[in-house]
Design a protein around this ligand. Sequence first.
Ligand code: AMP
Ligand code: GLY
Length: 436
Amino acid sequence: MNILLVGSGGREHAIACRIAESERCSALYVAPGNAGTAQVNKCCNVDVDPLDFEALRAVVHKHDIDMLVVGPEAPLVAGVTDFFAANSDLRNVMVVGPGKAGAQLEGSKDFAKQFMQRHGIPTAAYRSFAANEAAEGEAFLGTLQAPYVLKADGLAAGKGVLILDNLDEARHELREMLEGKFGQASAKVVVEQYLDGVELSVFVLTDGKHYKILPTAKDYKRIGEGDTGLNTGGMGSVSPVHFADKRFMQKVEERIVAPTVRGLSRDGIPYKGFIFVGLMAVADRATGELDPYVIEYNVRMGDPETECVFPRIKSDVVDLFERVWRGNLQQTELTVDPRAAACVMMVSGGYPGHYAKGKPIQGVEQVTDCQVFHAGTRLADDGTLVTSGGRVLCVTSLADSMPMAMLKSYQELAKISWEDCYFRRDIGQDLLKMLV
Ligand code: AMP
Ligand code: GLY
């Protein structure tokens, strides 16, 4: 098969590595990819914008593409899957990723909340308010207890969620959001109950009827150690998450995964692709047992969770993707590497604020015992590897225990450097503390 993968981050580099390992893959093209995907066996970058569907169509024709795998959410929300389905020359391409209707699970928080309510899926209590309902929204906030959670309905580049301790501030922010603080994305705002617990990510691959639950992961979103400072795209991740034990995962499957896949089908929404369920594990007041609540859905894999999750998937991913397309995912078993994975993201100094680009990167070739996934990298004209984004590289290790995996990642990462490089030294530490 000739396969086209869309995206340019560490997530896509990790997916590309697993696709290329499959005997089913003859050639892999990544649009637009990065310096890491360019080095993957069988792989070649194509300079195409993921939102330019006509350009993707030209790649399909030129390279005789059989399968399209979509990494990021933007092309899905913009309807790339529907575009392929609607055109007879593209209809036979196996697309992994939902259409516009399914992508609303991520594209609209209000849609996602209504979906969960309709299908009895546990999530925080909420109400949503439109621009002309600011007064009702402020009154509703008055009935809640701090902290207050405000969410822009639409995609807001990961910045659309505000958590505030003070009621007056929450009312003020609600008004600002409804008046366009996040543009069209906050024309509607979801106000919801605060959930106190520990977050984790559960990933599901579905053909619309059957599903496989992929390994669990936890990501570290804040820039500073101890989960402080500004939100980022993700500073590292670990997999598996130890407290997501058999009993907890049974609840996740029964209360969340099965009703989500069934709900999509009942609502007449075809869905072939990934569902990323952001969960809060909340301790029951009486028993102390952990119960899962959905914080959000995404319609793609997480980044940097993929960089821990994909190296642990032992099944042939191209076979899984083909089954997603054909609707026979139930006929195969998912095999997972029992080892733990830890990934640490190395970022440009200043990120997530202003940062410099074009810094030469040293030492990547000296890393032997880990996988290095590229995010924001580029080959300069003279062939040197240079930084080209905020998140630059991530280092993933697999080991028999989580502490060993972390140690290995940090040891190997010390071989890589560039001017003003930064990384968090505490990835996974919170989970280790929960254990003692
Ligand atoms: P989201 O974009 O929906 O993932 O929200 C961003 C972050 O805000 C989440 O990763 C959580 O850390 C936090 N968050 C969102 N909703 C809630 C909630 N209801 N209670 C507590 N924290 C929340
Ligand atoms: N790591 C979180 C995300 O991909 O949205």
